[in-house]
Write a protein that binds this ligand. Sequence first.
Ligand code: ARG
Length: 462
Amino acid sequence: MPERKDGIESPTARGLDERALKYTASIAYDRRLYRHDIAGSIAHARMLAKQGIIAGDDAESIVRGLEEICEEIERGDFPFREELEDIHLNIEARLNEKIGEAAGRLHTARSRNDQIATDMRLFVMEACDDALLAIRGLQTALLDLAEANQGTIMPGYTHLQRAQPVLFAHHLLAYFEMLDRDSGRLRDCRLRADELPLGAGALAGAPYPLDREFVASELGFSRVSRNSIDAVADRDFVIEFQAAAATAMMHLSRLAEEIVLWCSDEFGFVRLADMFATGSSIMPQKRNPDVAELARGRAGRVYGNLMAILTTLKGLPLAYNRDLQEDKQPLFDTVDTLLPTLETFAALLPALRVDGERMEEAARNSYTLATDLADYLVRKGMPFREAHQTVAELVRYAEGDGKPLSGLSLEEYRGFSPLFDHDVLALDVRASIAARDVPGGTAPSRVAEALRTARERLKEDA
Ligand code: ARG
């Protein structure tokens, strides 16, 4: 096949083996970067004209042509061609068809290496913004659910054994904190992604009087890269996004696991809304928490995506290597997993039916007040270690008798320590919760305050 006259080097034009062509082409997935790629090209063309590197007329027709191409792609009219390898060459070839010779001037002072690095950074910054918004949506859903169930008491767990009574709202606020840290990680990732690679050329910079700051501000970057080799070789921002997303998915998976447990008959703490409960093809009674299970399962895929990019980068010599093309599919997959997981959970939570009575009963009908009994003895002067021992014996006694702590008489209490008095009979889950009146504790006033400040923090972040 002859070289294309328009100067767009098509790999097939250079006689690339058909299998090699298919093997190296990325257009099937990197077409997703078309908006970022076109934005980068428009900014680049304007800068080239401003600096007198190309003629103003040429830049104008380049920009107009690119805008039309963007519309074509959005309408689904764009003739994507695999033999043109990637999104960059597809757009450039189409531009050539539209405006002719001037199209060939767009790639002046630019390489696909700094171009793709720019596209990827724009994509990651946008993905951070989208994820931050979706996290805020889920945090709002958590706060709404917590507020709607402010008085609800549940057993808090350690080792999945009932441990101490807590407010359900307090438990939900734990997830608010996790998501808050996820937001922090994404904001942090965005800060470091926010750096313009264009101008780095293939790796050494470009022999033209470029105005990189201009391109940066056109594209919304707050600064330009400081080393051209690093600019084309670096994908740390992809790793950081993957790591932040993996951590967020881990949190969502923990929440998912709790939802799975809570809506089992064994717990019976919540009931999924019909809209979020899936049936079984054989067992008519089933209300399966498939959404939660898939979120739990997909966390694994996102972890895999993090491993993939780490492994791709490991051992790569500077600067650009084609291996870097492998950064895209796992990144897209992570974005396409994280965002719907956040959005679906934000819809699922408000539709949960919370069985507060059942939760409170679970908190009462076990020995979750044992720590409070020990603290009771401590307040009467007993050292904590001794109190711990005394209550352990008391619990063993009650257990042996098949009684809850509330079923013991004062005489029985006194049999273990003369320090027990009438007021020990007043101890219940509410008193236990109210007593935990420390910053970050589960006392109702603390939780109400935590809910208020959580709302404010959300507003500040918006
Ligand atoms: N498709 C390539 C990628 O995604 C674009 C850069 C290609 N550069 C090159 N020298 N072949 O990384």
